[in-house]
Ligand binder design. Structure first.
Ligand code: PLP
Length: 410
C-alpha cells in the first residue's frame, strides 16, 4: 500500500488567504457595486525596472545565437552575479562574505523551506509569533511538530511572541533552541531589529551552538542608517547564521524569480560521530543534487539590479512603496489607530480599535470602507488584535482607501 507523508494532514489547510477570499466574495456578491481595494497583498504591484527588462531581452537574444547560447549553468549560480552580490550587498557594508558563499536560487520561500533538508529531525525550533507561515508549515511537513491546537499553534515548536510589549522583537529565550527563524525587517509587523538586538541573538546562538535562519527579504526598505541590513554586520554571525535574500521585493521579481542564500564556510555543526561538518558542503551538495540553477536570462536580469541605472530604478521602486507606507502611517494615526512598522518595511501593523478581534476588524473594514487587509491572527496567536496593511499598491488605491478609513474611523 502506498503511504503518504501524513505530516501534511496536520497543516491548517492554508486557512488565512482562502478565508479572506471567501469573505470578500460573499461581500461583493451581496454588494456588487462596492469598489473594493485590496491592501492585504504581500505582492509587488509596480512593473520590472527598465534596466532588468533590457538585460533580460539582451540575454534572450544571446540564447538565440549558437555562439552565445547557454545550457545548464552552475548549480550555485553564475560567478558574475555572485561577485556583484558579494561586493554590493555584503562587502560594501563591511560583511566578510565571499562570492563562493552565495547560492543563487529561484526564491527565498523555496530556500527557507529547502534548508531543512540539511538538518536532522531532532532539533528544537523557534519561530516568532506572528510569523511568515512558510517557516512553520515546512517544519510541519518535515514532521518536526505535533498537531495544531485551536489557536493554530503546533506542538513541539517554541513560539517567541513579538508584540508592542517587546517592541516587536523576539525576547531571547531562556531555554536552549537549535534552529531560530528571524525575519527583519519583519513580515507581517514591519518591525526592525537593532544591532544590539541581533548581537544578543548571535551571542545566544554561538554560546548554545544554535543556527539562526535570517530572512532579509525586506532589507532594501530600511531607511534608518543605524539598522543592520545583514546579520553578517554583527560580529560572530559567520559561525551561527544563514541569511536569505530575494530580488522579489526590491526589484519586483515576485513573478520573475531570483533570490539567494548565504552559507558561510565557517559554519560548522558536529555530526553524531563528533566530526565537524561544514554546512556549506551540505547545502552545496543539496543544491547540486536537487536544483539545476536559475535561468541564465533571469540571472542577467538580477545582475542588472547592480548597474547604476538598476540601482537608481530599484531605489525608485522602494521609495515609491515607502511613500505609500508613510501615507498609511500618517492617515491611520490621524484616524486614531495605534500604528507600528511602515518606517523601514512596506507593512504597517495596527492595533485594532475597541479590542475588536483581528477578524472582527477585517469585517468592519470590508463592510464600512470596502478595504481588504490581513488579520494579524492569521500569522499566529500573538497577532490576535492586530491587522496588517500592505504598502504594495498604486498611490491612487492607497489614497482612496485611506480617505475612506479616515472618514469612517477618524
Ligand atoms: C516576500 C517574502 C520573501 C520572498 O520570497 P521569494 O520566494 O523570494 O519571492 C521571503 N520572505 C518573506 C518573509 C517574504 O515576505
Amino acid at each position: 500500500m502506498v503511504a503518504i507523508n501524513e505530516n501534511y494532514l496536520k497543516l491548517k489547510a492554508g486557512y488565512l488567504f482562502p478565508e479572506i477570499a471567501r469573505r470578500v466574495n460573499t461581500f461583493s456578491q451581496a454588494n456588487p457595486d462596492a469598489p473594493i481595494i485590496r491592501l492585504g497583498i504581500g505582492d509587488v504591484t509596480e512593473p520590472l525596472p527598465q534596466a532588468c527588462r533590457d538585460a533580460i531581452i539582451k540575454a534572450t537574444e544571446k540564447m538565440g545565437q549558437r555562439e552565445s547560447f547557454r545550457g545548464y549553468g552552475p548549480e550555485q549560480g553564475y560567478g558574475w552575479l555572485r561577485e556583484k552580490i558579494a561586493t554590493h550587498d555584503f562587502q560594501a557594508r563591511g560583511c566578510d562574505i565571499d562570492a563562493s558563499e552565495i547560492f543563487i536560487s529561484d526564491g527565498s520561500k523555496c530556500d527557507t523551506g529547502n534548508i531543512l533538508d540539511i538538518f536532522g529531525n531532532t532539533n528544537t525550533i523557534a519561530v516568532t509569533d506572528p510569523v511568515y507561515p512558510v517557516y512553520v508549515d515546512t517544519n510541519v511537513m518535515a514532521g518536526h511538530t505535533g498537531a495544531a491546537n485551536e489557536k493554530g499553534e503546533y506542538g513541539g515548536l517554541v513560539y517567541l511572541p513579538i508584540t508592542a510589549a517587546n517592541d516587536f522583537t523576539a525576547t531571547i529565550p531562556s531555554q536552549k533552541v537549535d534552529l531560530i527563524y528571524l525575519c527583519f525587517p519583519n513580515n507581517p509587523t514591519g518591525a526592525v531589529a537593532t544591532k544590539e538586538h541581533l548581537q544578543a541573538w548571535v551571542d545566544y546562538a554561538n554560546s548554545h551552538g544554535s543556527i539562526i535562519f535570517f530572512d532579509a527579504a525586506y532589507e532594501a526598505f530600511i531607511t534608518d542608517p543605524t539598522i543592520p541590513h545583514s546579520i553578517y554586520e554583527i560580529p560572530g554571525a559567520r559561525t551561527c547564521a544563514i541569511e536569505f535574500r530575494s530580488f522579489s521585493k526590491n526589484a519586483g521579481f515576485t513573478g520573475t524569480r531570483c533570490a539567494l542564500s548565504v552559507v558561510p564556510k565557517t559554519l560548522e555543526v558536529k555530526a553524531s560521530t563528533g566530526e565537524k561538518i561544514q554546512l556549506w558542503s551540505l547545502w552545496s551538495r543539496r543544491q547540486a543534487t536537487k536544483f539545476n540553477g536559475v535561468s541564465y536570462i533571469i540571472q542577467r536580469g538580477a545582475e542588472a539590479v547592480y548597474s547604476p541605472e538598476g540601482q537608481e530604478q530599484t531605489r525608485g521602486l522602494v521609495n515609491f512603496y515607502m511613500e505609500n507606507a508613510s501615507l498609511i502611517r500618517e492617515k491611520l494615526s490621524l484616524a486614531g489607530f495605534a500604528v507600528y512598522g511602515g518606517e523601514n518595511a512596506p507593512y504597517v501593523w495596527l492595533k485594532t480599535p475597541n479590542d475588536l478581534s483581528s477578524w472582527e476588524f477585517f469585517d468592519k473594514l470590508l463592510t464600512t470602507c470596502h478595504v481588504v487587509g490581513t488579520p494579524g491572527s492569521g500569522f499566529g496567536a500573538a497577532g490576535e488584535g492586530y491587522f496588517r496593511i500592505s504598502a504594495f499598491n498604486s498611490r491612487e488605491n492607497v489614497e482612496t482607501a485611506l480617505a475612506r478609513i479616515v472618514k469612517a474611523f477618524g
